[in-house]
Ligand binder design. Sequence first.
Ligand SMILES: Nc1ncnc2c1ncn2[C@@H]1O[C@H](COP(=O)(O)OP(=O)(O)O)[C@@H](O)[C@H]1O
Ligand SMILES: [Mg+2]
Length: 239
Amino acid sequence: MDETTPLLQLEGINTYYGQIHILQDSNMVIREGELVCLLGGNASGKSTTLKTILGIVRPRTGTVSLNGEDVTRVPTAHRIKRGMAIVPENRRLFGPMTVRENLEMGAYLRPKADLREEFDRVYELFPLLYERRSQLAGTLSGGEQQMVAMGRALMSKPKLLLMDEPSMGLAPVLVERSFEIIKQVNDAGVAMLVVEQNANVSLSIADRGYVLSTGRIVLEGRAEDLLENEDLRKAYLGR
Ligand SMILES: Nc1ncnc2c1ncn2[C@@H]1O[C@H](COP(=O)(O)OP(=O)(O)O)[C@@H](O)[C@H]1O
Ligand SMILES: [Mg+2]
């Protein structure tokens, strides 16, 4: 891979649910190590974009490329093996299982022998998860559960981490903390695509952003420029 090949590229993506046309000519690029946010209101197609990237839904037309390789027809499990991971909406932890068991689930595609290194890496990033490794995940606070969900995704050693509305359901004080953690993971070298409705907080840590409106990318640019964009300010930033 040369330096100009993006880690992830969407080209001319059109995704449907049955007859309903959701994503309309989506084009997107994420480079190695970048932190990119995908903004948009309810039902604008944010989760569908993540599902299309992971192969949970297939676009009718267009291509998804990972490291320059067309993966549009590659099954989800293989995309995960090649370096994608997701922190899904509402985290979806296994509540009756311990923190450690939840983390282990994130590495189910990797040989067991490798896991020690993965656990060490995740516990180093989130020392609290080491302290709570034997606690049942369902008994953790929202912020702590967010850490488990991120830790679980990191167990597969992703190059690209997709996050669906990480601030959803978190108390306001935890939203900022959650984004600090996101930044920390990104600083450790993991490229990220973070889906958010909270434009202010996500743009404050992102390198770049895309804005979706009814399935169409209507705006894109550097985060600092988007923060100053008049239309975006009116629509999302409430100022
Ligand atoms: N499995 C599905 N079948 C039919 N329509 C769906 C399905 N999933 C999502 N949709 C519709 O697609 C649109 C985009 O949904 P989604 O990508 O989840 O939006 P967002 O994540 O931005 O809220 C919505 O109108 C939603 O109702
Ligand atoms: Mg969604």
